[in-house]
Design a protein around this ligand. Sequence first.
Ligand code: GCW
Length: 682
Amino acid sequence: MSAVHPMWLPDDVFRPLGRRAVRVDADASGDPVLATVRDEVAAAVTRFGGTLAGPDDRADLVLTVEPADGPDTHTVARSAGTTTVRATGARALLHGLHDVVRLGERAFADDLAERHVAPVNELRMLDHWDNVDVHPVMGQVERGYAGGSIFYADGRVRDDLSRVAQYARLLGSVGINAVGLNNVNVHRTEARLLTDGLPDVARLAALFRPHGIRVFLSVSFAAPITVGGLPTSDPLDPDVQAWWAQRAADVYAVVPDFGGFVVKADSEGQPGPFAYGRDHADGANLLARALRPFGGTVFWRAFVYDHRQDWRDRSTDRARAAFDHFSPLDGRFDDNVVLQVKYGPMDFQAREPVSPVIAAMPRTRLAVELQVTQEYTGQQRHAVWLGPQWSQILRFPLWGEGGRTVADVAAGLGDRPGADPGTDPGTAPGAGPGAGAPRRAGLVAVSNVGDDAFWTGHPLAQANLYTFARLAWDPEADPLALLDEWVTLTFPSADDEVRAALHAILDDSWRTYEDYTAPLGVGFMVRPGHHYGPDVDGYEYTPWGTYHFADRDGIGVDRTRATGTGFTGQYPAPWRDVYEDLATCPDDLLLFFHHVPWSHVLHSGVSVAQHVYDTHADGAARTEANAARWARVAGRVPDDLHGRVTERLAEQVRSAHEWSDQLRSYVHRHSGIPDARGRTIH
Ligand code: GCW
């Protein structure tokens, strides 16, 4: 395939708009985002035979800016045969344009209901784990499953950045407004993006700017030493502070709208403030104060744990680490620091409880981090659409049903209706903290694109990128409706059969994946290092803190207060008690919180052992059904795309059976419990 796949912006989606008379009522001179709107409209009408209407011409569509303070907002209204998009600014107009694109012909129906649209989250960010150099172990894109980086090649920023321009347009069309340009593991070459690399960072920023997107750099906490030649990177050292202040000034001199820094410190070998006896508030505020004069933000990651743990030591629980490190620091972070918290306490597993850190930092701006790239969910070889997982996380009521959700905390939204706004943090049932001023932040995710012609390796993994962006805009959106929207845009000529096949393969794909991999929330069981494919005991005696403790009697991690690591105590009520008690702990998280006998009967009515036999056999069988279903739509979607998906589905079938066979054998050999349904176990 020579051409790059257009993802959700094939030319055809502009047809309804492009065949009409369209007026852009905004002076685009000097504003790159308005110029994008004008150029999109001009290209669409040229392609599909419409016209650019002048000020006195009748128009089918009018796009106009009516400046107003406050968050980006647009309205779409229809009257007297004209659809009008009114936006509070340039970015909002771009969003309004793409709202009309997504509406298609419906945007021009006389019964169009008036729409008022504003993003729920202020920050809608994608982090790239791209290295400039090819890392000897991790490759160029750490955990990248779609080829090389679109930003870098041959040890430097690419000369030809046309893919980046296309990518920026795609992201801008779905409201992403921030992009981290390099891996949070900052190696030697990448640390110099902040110095020698600045002209190239400016080139990249110039490509994102017309789409309303600011760029960020991941920086190394040791950069004052490794790049600056200072003897220390102690956050309280005046020379270190001056060094960072100068770096910030240098960046803003060439990228005036630079977003700020992303930092992984004291984590998995990355340097940090602990080396100087300082804490993470000291570290984050050092960088925040350097960025403050220019309006920049520090995204400080909470992914801090001991990756050199002794597996014999049962008193250390990796799940506890982020809360133990960060909850005492609540209130100490400057207000241009955003604490970036992975959604779960471990590491992007197919199933984890939400991180208790999200409920523990009422006086801190907090962004929730998701992983679009599928490190632990099939690595873009398995079709796994994560919309339902993310939606479930975002809707999780941290203080009980009806109270504030994960999404509310990330967005900085105050108490929900009915909650008492005056109560002390954490004590009101259904309320949770939030009584003070809202602390707006948003959602961040690790991107899944690379220089692959389909962008994402598995063409259907484009749906994850799309769904993340749309959920970042509105976390309460129905994920299935978003998937449907993605199908309509990406496959504009799809017939019912194609649509049905895509839904059949993707709708329940997260559950299917969970069914044939690590059971009941126990996590991991993957091959160490690359994390692909099953290896039940692969991490069991390693220093990484990811154990399942299976023996002949049972399996699972006792994280109760009564007899285990006490992790359940990091949750507010009611969850601290719901998870503590075997009788109320949900099945899908059972082995995350409890060590139980293989014969333990789940709420579903079967034993743990039988659950593994059933779900693994069924999950693997569903991958075969998916492959067969896809075979039937050959000729109805582009051949190259059909071929790529076919190849990936075949690998998923193979891998799912490997998982299923290993897990069922493992459980059978350890428990001695036969499969009540008599299936072959090897
Ligand atoms: O999931 C783990 C990955 C690492 C990654 C780390 C992180 C960038 O295995 O490759 O490093 O998370 O989030 O920092």
